[in-house]
Design a protein around this ligand. Structure first.
Ligand code: KIV
Length: 290
């Protein structure tokens, strides 16, 4: 997309330029070297190592169990999968997992600092905008750590919110708008907004100066993000707001079935003489005495 500086690829600040120039931001998730290479080749500006990897890749029922170590491990694999010269690589953003930032600023700086020190991520994403979270964002940003916010359907709050569409009435829409403004004021460089009414997301994209990146939030946002496995139809069921582009799961199963079925029968090996087990020696201690 021609973004970026000489020794880095896309930087957080480049997303603001995209918004100002009306260029839509494309963000896709990746979880390992293989998926990162696909997403990079597809021309994504941002690779999100989302905590959805807990469900998509690690087989958990929610995003809650994934650990900071796992997020770092997968982000490193994503970095190794990139093939473009550094100056053309997408921006890697890694999700801070549940409980790595909810316990306060010190814990959050330690967790986000680990992500930036020990992996190729250049930014972190976190969910929500309660006053405690805003304080954490402020602290991270003032520590030099770029932060992407995430409002609307926030899967780390699944036990409170479920996976339903959020902000359906005027009161909760006003609350979400206020939270978005708070995240912007605290220094977030971009905001993901998930599964909310399209008009709300469109209005926020107009109102905020930072880019609004939608998923299940209509097509009038500054950018779009998708879980790559959903788009490719690899997950068992895709969310209603993220229909698959191809029946990837079925295609893979059929291809693999064809391979299994095509294995050539082999002639069995000739029978060998059965080996008669040696009789125990009667003077062997233990055998005789028991
Ligand atoms: O974890 C994730 O993949 C995400 C996207 C759904 C935005 O947060």
């Amino acid at each position: 997309m021609g973004l970026g500086h000489q020794c880095f690829g896309v930087r957080p600040a480049d997303l603001l330029t995209c918004k100002q120039e009306g260029r839509p931001i494309a963000a896709l998730t990746a979880w390992d070297a293989l998926s990162a290479a696909l997403v990079e080749q597809a021309g994504a500006d941002v690779i999100l190592v989302g905590d959805s990897l807990a469900m998509v890749v690690l087989g958990h029922a929610t995003t809650l169990p994934v650990t900071l170590e796992e997020m770092i491990l997968h982000t490193r694999a994503v970095g190794r999968g990139l093939q473009q010269p550094a100056a053309q690589q997408p921006l890697i953003v890694t999700d801070l997992p549940f409980l790595s930032y909810q316990c306060g600023g010190d814990a959050a700086v330690a967790a986000a600092g680990r992500v930036l020190k020990d992996s190729p991520a250049a930014a972190v994403k976190l969910e929500g905008a309660e006053p405690e979270t805003i304080a954490v964002v402020d602290r991270l940003v003032r520590s030099g750590i770029p932060v992407m916010g995430h409002l609307g359907l926030t899967p780390q709050s699944v036990h409170q919110l479920g996976y339903r569409r959020q902000a359906n009435d005027p009161l909760s829409q006003e609350r979400l708008r206020r939270q978005a403004r708070d995240l912007q004021a605290a220094g977030c460089f971009a905001l993901v907004i998930e599964h909310v009414p399209a008009e709300l997301a469109a209005g926020l994209s107009q109102e905020l100066s930072i880019p609004v990146i939608g998923i299940g939030a209509g097509d009038q946002c500054d950018g779009q993000v998708r879980v790559t496995a959903d788009l490719l139809g690899l997950t068992e069921r895709q969310p209603p707001f993220s229909p698959p582009l191809l029946a990837g799961r079925q295609l893979c199963i059929e291809a693999l079935r064809g391979w299994v079925a095509g294995l050539q029968p082999q002639s069995p090996p000739p029978p060998t003489n059965p080996v008669t087990p040696a009789a125990p020696h009667c003077s062997e201690p233990g055998l005789r005495d028991h």
